[in-house]
Write a protein that binds this ligand. Sequence first.
Ligand code: UDX
Length: 465
Amino acid sequence: MEKGERTYKAHCLVLPYPSQGHINPMLQFSKLLNHKGIKITLANTIFVHNTMHKISSSSSSSTSIAFETISDGYDEGGITQAESIEAYLDQFRKIGTKTLIELIDRLSSSGNPVDCIVYDAFIPWPLDVAKKFGIVGAVFFTHSCAVDNIFFHVHQGLLKLPLPPDSEILLPGLPPLQPSDMPSFIYVYGSYPAFFTMVVDDQFSNVDKADWVFCNTFYELEEEVVDWMAKLWPLRTIGPTIPSMYLDKRREDDREYGFSLFNPNSDACLTWLNAKPKRSVAYVSFGSLAELGEDQMEELGWGLRNSNNYFLWVVREKEAARLPKGFVEETSGKGLVVSWCPQLDVLANEAVGCFVTHCGWNSTLEALSLGVPMVAVPQWTDQSTNARFIMDVWKMGLKAQADEKGIVRREEIANCVREILEGERGKEIRKNASKWKELAKNAVDEGGSSDKNIDEFVAKLVQNY
Ligand code: UDX
């Protein structure tokens, strides 16, 4: 097909890493590009594609994203089917490359040639495919810029591991950090070596060859570190990737929320929340990956009950057996336990007054953007760093302190929840929360820092055709 015959301005193929916390932001980014006239094909792995539940609170949708698949070599079970994480990533690279090339060829021969691949930084190999086809390669970082900066310094050998205990870590664009503020793969050196290789080595292996480097954050949130990293690469902030209707209620057409690997208990959660007073509920969730041990579940559960406030707690099916005995029955007047919920709808509900969170980057950005104060209970990967920023830099919440065994005890949980919902510090935190909510909205509003960056990308893509 000749260029002139196309019915679209440019076509991006979007490739997320196959987990919830990566698919969500890349899907929302795809919707933004699509709103700006870019044709989007989003390719998940076959396993993810077959597992996803579509979540839509609207009967009509203004987005027209096409969904395709590539294979990671584990079509029946994804990463859980692999003998090791190393084996999974190796197969994904080999079979992913092959099936990605086949997909691009197929799209091209059906009159939909691809102009650009937007790929997750966890999987750097799609850039080689983009180069092979002579098309644009744009890498998408799903962590905060601060976390990317830390991993980059380890990659460059500028931050030596293992970190000496009690050392102060000084990195450009970041406040002084303690070893315990570092991502778990750095702080607990040697834990999860395959993930360490992925985030420290793979992510940066070819980033200097990418045409665009996107980070799911917004300039006003991480100004200094963004400025520093933008000197290294063509880095652009494009977040927060939250559907616009949750930010300003203007684009009601953007209701279509996303896809979930879990089945949300939407009606039960929202009906329950709607019957609760304003700012009276602690929403509790640890994202899609972290699994709390039995001790921590017990302390958390009784801590929530002891706070004597309402709580909505997401306990994934895998963890349900670890709930304290008799807990659900005993707390039924105060709490609701569900296996998955529509998190944005929950955070946007005015009954929710605080978010007890593992501080995954999506959850952090969602709470910031919707102005919900947090109680930070980080578990692993980037979450300790996010928790430190939530408490000390953005002043959006309290970090619950763990004991020497790494468990956050019930008294601490109850105190933090009470402090935010009922205490003086809660008032201060709520003020800051309103500020961040406004700044997040401004960043993605027309002419805002992220919106301008996306416009620049779209204009360049379109110019070439
Ligand atoms: C993972 C990492 O843990 C995280 O630290 C990293 O930054 C991204 O990848 P995950 O643990 O799942 O992600 O946490 P998070 O980043 O918070 O993403 C979870 C997503 O699932 C959020 O978008 C949240 O809205 C959604 N969610 C969570 C639901 O829709 N319903 C739920 O009940 C819980």
